[in-house]
Design a protein around this ligand. Structure first.
Ligand SMILES: [Zn+2]
Ligand SMILES: [Zn+2]
Length: 302
């Protein structure tokens, strides 16, 4: 029985490995075409959803909940615009920040003698790369402390741009949940909650004498789009926070090799100014090092 289980596990691993190889081979062969479709599509969907929710909240949801001439409405609008500005400014700086090994000064491309055993060779770039740097088949470079390739920012998230990605996700999550609250209240107040069921399709074709049924269906659909956006943003933000908290990466989420304690771990990503970076993507916050030398926790130190 045990031998049978081992055999099954090996077969499954073999199939997964073949799929992974086929996928990586596909990435290599269609790199340019894939990027030409994937990145603009991701960015267009992001801009559409955020832009639509902002305009919808300002023009419909908020005026339906409060006096559109009042201070509360104006403050809510200003705060929403600040969040959208923070989302896109962080996304923009994240896109332009080069976190590749190749961007390092030439003298940092050689490992110090005492750290040479921690570096490894990238056969594609044909250079030695520091610990935590890995090759990206889409960017075609090795990225420092590579976390993952992001289709929204069209580059890898790594040592030098993770700060912007984290703040982008923070405001994305905050904004989408705030919008969800507004939309929930608006749908409730409009008496449309009855059609905001998960089986919206069942609401169509139902005979109704209510002349506002079309509008109710529409605002309940917006609520659902908002819910999906909030769940997606929240999920990504939670996983990023977990990794920054542990000083790990997407590929080894539970790895605690570089865990220096929560505050130190956040400082390694956000830089010297820490959580003040939430104020602006343009606030200078120098990182503690250049991403080539990584301090390990004491029990894993070699
Ligand atoms: Zn490489
Ligand atoms: Zn990449």
């Amino acid at each position: 029985m045990v031998k049978f289980r081992v055999l099954i596990v090996r077969r499954v691993m073999c199939i997964l490995y073949c799929w992974e190889e086929a996928f990586l081979d596909f990435l290599d062969r269609h790199n340019t075409k894939l990027q030409a479709v994937l990145h603009p599509l991701s960015m267009a969907s992001l801009v559409s959803v955020i832009g639509f929710l902002l305009i919808y909240d300002i023009l419909y949801a908020l005026p339906g909940l409060m006096d559109s001439q009042g201070l509360c409405y104006k403050l809510n609008c200003m705060w929403s615009i600040f969040m959208v500005y923070s989302i896109f400014s962080n996304l923009w700086v994240c896109f332009w920040t080069d976190t590749s090994v190749q961007a390092l000064p030439v003298h940092r491309l050689r490992p110090p003698q005492e750290e040479a055993h921690l570096w490894h060779y990238c056969a594609t770039c044909e250079i030695m790369v520091p610990p935590r740097a890995w090759h990206c088949r889409l960017c075609r470079v090795c990225s420092l402390k590579r976390d993952h390739h992001c289709t929204f920012t069209a580059n890898c998230i790594g040592h030098f741009n993770q700060r912007y990605f984290l703040v982008f996700l923070f405001y994305g999550t905050l904004g989408s949940f705030q919008s969800l609250v507004y939309n929930f209240m608006f749908v409730w107040k409009s008496g449309a909650f009855i059609v905001a069921d998960p089986f919206l399709i069942m609401s169509f074709g139902q005979p109704s004498r209510d002349p506002s049924m079309g509008w109710k269906v529409l605002i309940s659909m917006v609520l659902k789009v908002n819910l999906v956006a909030a769940m997606a943003a929240g999920g990504m933000f939670f996983s990023q926070m977990l990794m920054v908290y542990r000083n790990s990466t997407c590929f080894l989420m539970s790895d605690r090799t570089y865990d220096l304690g929560a505050m130190n771990n956040f400082r390694q990503v956000l830089g010297r100014r820490g959580f003040w970076t939430l104020l602006s993507a343009h606030l200078n916050s120098p990182l503690p090092h250049d991403g080539t030398e990584w301090q390990m926790t004491k029990h894993t130190d070699v």
